[in-house]
Design a protein around this ligand. Structure first.
Ligand SMILES: Cc1cc2nc3c(=O)[nH]c(=O)nc-3n(C[C@H](O)[C@H](O)[C@H](O)COP(=O)(O)O)c2cc1C
Ligand code: SF4
Length: 482
């Protein structure tokens, strides 16, 4: 993971936990509406991929266990991990691209309702992503993947006659010389693995995304509704297709890029198609970025524009994240794919205690407040969810008090202690297991291993009925609390 220069290790924020009456009178534990649905409290578990689906995208008992564990803490809402809208192979990530996924998803809805005593609203994040390949070996890249072009033939005509000879010469060439022969994209494919972009309009399936995606999202949302979810969160954040349409680096010339209006066009068309397909009882929101934190990327001004347009189009909530892009990701090892949380933008998405002078807590709050205030100035009451290093009562209550956001998202703190909202609510905050913000969980995510928390995954391993991870001796769920 990227580390800020001039970093220092921060301690955790000092925590003062409320008594039960104080919690009950607080903003954090007051209700809020999300379009057609209402949350009993302003607490929110944002999407987190735990790598527990089957290899073909179905809900497993481990997926059920993961969400049941969060539901026992009775947050206002849980957002189920990024779930693929296409019916294509995508490894052990949940999928919603076909009706055969419905029974598992419906069971997930029932499990969460039961475990939360009907208190927690359940949403699902729906996602599209483009193709990304693992980093190849040099030999494999030149023998199998490189498309030999006239540029290569011209550059190497003194040394190679046939395309096969060109491949052989390139495979033996020193790095510095390769930079004079290969294009930027070819170098990237060699060093990082090939990665498609929404601006690759020479590829038909990329050119056609604006024709294809609205229906794919709408069908997925309609399935979510059939499965019984309370809402869907359109994944317009981080490194994936829809975020790339919103990106300031999107220079498509077909009306779906360039200007702010052009970049927002497909996300708005997707929202409109989803709305037209689902009933009025389903909340439809969007998660996107206040700042891409990459060179030439979108900033808070762009996010303000998108927020107002999404609000005007009737989105039921806005959930704001930060960073998490491929553009500044670290070079992966051979055989692995680039991971969008390894560069500076990834750091901003999930900051750790090894930080700059600002520290890891609430780095997204000021930008979220700016975006929210633009939405209010434009006359819309759309609720805004903030996330990023929030882990104490005073911090959460302070954000709500200053009108920085309407709902408090906490991903890692909820993973460290899925009961933490409940403990606060009951006046038992001193029993909270506090996240150390050192990102062991994120390291597991990066390796596509079942995600657990360092603070509890070795506890009471010998107790009966403790489900263990497939690799290594780690428990899969936080110990029970009563
Ligand atoms: C293991 C893990 C998986 C994540 N998966 C997703 C995801 O599927 N979709 C998403 O929008 N964000 C994802 N995130 C980002 C979180 O939702 C959240 O924005 C981020 O962790 C910052 O919030 P926090 O400081 O409260 O953890 C993930 C984070 C972690 C730690
Ligand atoms: S593994 Fe570390 S960063 Fe992740 S939830 Fe646990 S304590 Fe927090």
């Amino acid at each position: 993971m990227w580390r800020p220069p001039n970093r220092r290790r921060h301690g955790l924020l000092e925590a003062r936990w409320p008594s039960k009456p104080e919690a009950e009178a607080s903003r954090l534990f007051s209700p809020v509406s999300l379009g057609p649905i209402s949350l009993e409290q302003r607490t929110w578990v944002p999407a987190m991929v735990p790598w527990r689906a089957t290899a073909d995208g179905f809900v497993t008992d481990e997926v059920l266990g993961w969400y049941e564990r969060f539901a026992r803490g009775r947050p206002g809402a849980i957002v189920v991990e990024a779930t693929g809208i296409r019916d294509v192979e995508s490894g052990p990530l949940l999928r919603i691209g076909h009706d055969r996924f419905l029974p598992g998803l419906a069971e997930l809805v029932r499990v969460v309702a039961r475990a939360s005593g009907g208190k927690t609203r359940l949403l699902i994040q729906i996602i599209d992503f483009l193709r990304i390949h693992r980093r190849p070996t040099t030999e494999k890249y030149f023998s199998r993947y490189l498309l030999v072009t006239d540029e290569h033939r011209r550059a190497l005509r003194a040394r190679a006659k046939t395309d096969d000879e060109i491949r052989t010469v390139l495979a033996a060439m020193p790095e510095a010389e390769l930079e004079t022969v290969l294009s930027e994209r070819e170098l990237e494919a060699l060093r990082f693995g090939y990665r498609e972009r929404v601006t690759d309009t020479h590829l038909e399936h990329v050119r056609e995304l604006p024709r294809v995606l609205p229906d794919l999202f709408a069908s997925a949302a309609s399935r979510a509704e059939k499965a019984g979810f309370d809402g869907v969160e359109l994944h317009y954040a981080h490194a994936y297709t829809m975020a790339s349409f919103l990106s300031a680096r999107n220079d498509r010339r077909d009306g779906y890029g360039g200007s702010l209006e052009g970049r927002a066009r497909l996300p708005l068309e997707v929202l409109a198609r989803v709305r037209a397909r689902v009933g009025t009882g389903l909340a439809v929101g969007a998660r996107y970025l206040t700042d891409e934190v990459i060179h030439g990327g979108s900033r808070a001004e762009d996010a303000e524009f998108f927020a107002v347009e999404l609000a005007r189009a009737g989105v039921d909530f806005l959930s704001l994240s930060r960073g998490g892009k491929f553009e500044d990701a670290k070079q992966p090892r051979v055989g692995e794919a680039a991971y969008p949380y390894t560069g500076r933008s990834g750091y901003e998405c999930m900051p750790t205690v090894l930080s700059d002078e600002v520290g890891p807590f609430g780095r997204n709050v000021a930008d979220v407040q700016t975006v929210r205030s633009s939405v209010r100035k434009a006359g819309f009451q759309t609720p805004v969810v903030v996330a990023g290093g929030i882990s104490t009562f005073d911090q959460a209550e302070g954000i709500l008090e200053r009108a920085g956001a309407d709902i408090i998202g906490a991903a890692r703190q909820s993973l460290a202690d899925p009961d933490w909202f409940r403990k606060m609510h009951l006046g038992r905050g001193d029993e909270i297991r506090r996240c150390s913000f050192t990102n062991y969980c994120e390291g597991l995510d990066q390796m596509h291993k079942q995600v657990t928390c360092r603070l509890w995954d070795r506890l009471e391993l010998d107790s009966p009925d403790v489900p263990l991870a497939a690799v290594g001796k780690r428990r899969l769920l936080a110990p029970r609390w009563s």
